[in-house]
Design a binder for this molecule. Structure first.
Ligand code: ZN
Length: 432
């Protein structure tokens, strides 16, 4: 396959070239076309990006397949230009042993339509098993309770994880401090419809981030702070980076594009952990975009019925894997972020941070996983066009300039702007 007249985006800039693909790999990037491939695709007017790597999704499989399953989740990913997903361990049963990790792999490998990696989950007692886990992209520690039962609230148990986990691998934390969350939940319990940002306040993430950074510093371990949501948390990560602590961080589209103002309108459809924050917190994330390593979705679907329950009963989490790229492209058009930064934070940095071979870049010998986008085309986010099983989006109705036109995996077209062609089982485990 030859993709001609492509404008290839990387963190270094835009390269105009013709892309030659053979056996699923990029074999050359050339200014001229010599010879002819079996198939030529004209990319005139479009930008070509590496397939996105979403380092934070919850595809609910196994255990809650009515919300999403690995096939519907990976199809939604492909429709959003995402060709690699990192699935979190709070499925059911929790992925907290080698045996359960292996069983989960067996279940999802037959369903995956895009490439994937799985996280291992920390419990209060599995530090020794975590230390020698094989086939996981990293360790996920829930410092505060959210969907599922994984939780490490005991300080000694938490420290032991940091002490024992291999230093070349990533420890990702859901940084909300359990004690703080409990205290505030108690305080607001009587209220029928409290604000989620008050029930799980900014101080909870600040407290947890401080603890996690302290431990990463003490034991020299690679810490990844998931879903940054507040200015104070952002500042803690920045300071730690300045001090040379091996810390990275991510921000989600919902924390970048929505605020607590939207939460009022969205009600439980805008309820996730950590919550949507103040405009000031949102602005702080944008102002510090240089210090944000990854943008990842925390795609966490629940059904409409589940979300329509009262505040205290409705689960936390929103879908996002297929709306991330259009939202970011629209922000490129609004000059809030550059296309180079989008590629850096959604393709290159995740590949580098987790050591994914052949991913994250459009270059010779790399896998031919890429996305063609139209920066001028406007599309409206509409539930009926989404592939996620939950069938709704907190971004519903937004008109976004910038659309995902075609997606390729190993040189084969898997999405044409309307249909996903990838078959269940066609994705690979990147940590097999
Ligand atoms: Zn999550």
């Amino acid at each position: 396959v030859i993709i001609k007249n492509a404008r290839i985006a990387s963190s270094k800039g835009i390269l105009e070239a013709n892309l030659f693909v053979e056996d699923g790999k990029v074999v050359a990037l050339k200014k001229t076309i010599s010879g002819s491939g079996e198939k030529t695709i004209d990319a005139t007017g479009l930008f070509l990006l590496p397939g996105l790597i979403d380092a934070h999704v919850h595809f609910r499989d196994p255990g809650a397949e009515w919300k999403e399953d690995f096939f519907t989740g990976t199809r939604a990913a492909l429709a959003g230009g995402v060709t690699v997903v990192f699935d979190m361990p709070n499925t059911a049963p929790s992925v907290d042993s080698q045996k359960i990790l292996n069983e989960k792999k067996k279940i999802i490998s037959a369903q995956a339509a895009c490439n994937y990696a799985l996280y291992f989950g920390a419990s209060e007692a599995n530090q020794n098993e975590a230390k020698q886990i094989s086939g996981a992209c990293g360790l996920k520690i829930y410092m505060g309770s959210t969907t599922g039962s994984l939780l490490v609230k005991d300080a000694v148990a938490l420290e032991k994880h940091f002490q024992l986990f291999p230093k070349e691998k990533i420890i990702a934390v859901h940084g909300e401090d359990e004690e703080t969350i409990k205290k505030y939940a108690e305080k607001y319990r009587a209220g029928e419809k409290p604000e989620h940002n008050k029930v799980r306040p900014p101080v909870a993430v600040e407290t947890a981030a401080r603890k996690a950074i302290e431990l990463a510093k003490e034991y020299g371990k690679k810490l990844h702070v998931c879903h940054l949501s507040t200015e104070a948390e952002m500042n803690l990560v920045k300071e730690a980076k300045k001090e040379g602590v091996p810390v990275s961080c991510e921000a989600t589209p919902h924390h970048l594009f929505l605020s607590e103002e939207d939460a009022k309108r969205l009600e439980n459809f805008g309820k996730m952990n950590p919550p949507l924050r103040s405009r000031k917190d949102v602005a702080a994330l944008w102002e510090n975009m240089d210090a944000i390593d990854l943008i990842a979705t925390d795609h966490a679907p629940h059904t409409r019925e589940e979300k329509e329950k009262d505040y205290w009963s409705a689960p936390s989490g929103v879908p996002g894997v297929e709306t991330m790229l259009p939202l970011l492209l629209n922000a490129v058009n609004e000059r809030r972020i550059s296309l180079e930064q989008v590629v850096e934070k959604t393709c290159e940095n995740p590949a580098k941070l987790f050591g994914l071979k052949g991913k994250g870049f459009v270059a010779e010998d790399f896998d031919a996983d890429f996305v063609l986008v139209d920066l001028k085309k406007t599309k409206k986010i509409a539930a009926e066009n989404l592939f996620t099983k939950c069938g709704w989006s907190p971004f519903e109705g937004m008109r976004l300039r910038g659309s995902v036109e075609r997606v390729f995996m190993r040189g084969e077209e898997v999405f044409d702007g309307e249909n996903v062609f990838a078959k269940p089982g066609s994705g690979s485990d990147l940590f097999s």
